[in-house]
Design a protein around this ligand. Sequence first.
Ligand code: AMP
Length: 222
Amino acid sequence: MRLVLLGPPGAGKGTLAALLKKSLKVRHISTGDILREEMKNNSALGQEAKKYIDNGELVPDEVVTKLIESKLTANDRVDGGYMLDGFPRTKKQAEALDRILKKIHRPLDYALYLESTLPVIIQRLTGRRVCRGCGALFHVKNRPPRREGICDECGGILYQRADDNAETIKTRMEVYLKNTQPIIAYYEAQGKLKNVDADKDSEELQAILMKTFDEGHKLNQP
Ligand code: AMP
């Protein structure tokens, strides 16, 4: 299965991706996770990205496109499928992605558009906690860890992302509406768009999507 996950910040892309990754056994590539890792390592890319991420702005198209291209074209990296989370975020990125996918002969099956409402988004983002060790996602109310502040998966320390504060969330929403929302129509025109009610619980969503994929595959069988 070859997917991109689209939707506003806080729609639950990361949580859904973690669940789908297990059932679909595809490679999960999150530009946000990669950039945060670079920031943690204080690399040149991390330092460059931090200027944008901390303000809720987008990292320049050329930088993230190069990053995605290197992940998608590395040997055998995506032979078993892929799930892109947080990319593309602009029309330029979507067009660049199509060029890369054509080159590697791995076209997209679906662009999943996770639609969510503002109160749900704010509640999800302000309560989100991330593991410093493995990047697993938690929520103080919706998905609390068994031990407060400690990751269930690896025992790492949980933290709140610097960009998950009210002011930066507002900028990220504005940036999303201006730059990312328009690419929904881009995928709709390609007949790849699949709308998903992301206010639903992510486990419920996973079950619905797996059924859809299954039926889609049956239809496509000779
Ligand atoms: P995310 O983890 O997807 O919420 O991304 C966190 C931040 O990383 C975003 O607010 C952007 O600053 C940056 N970022 C991640 N993916 C992209 C992308 N495809 N294009 C530009 N900036 C990105």
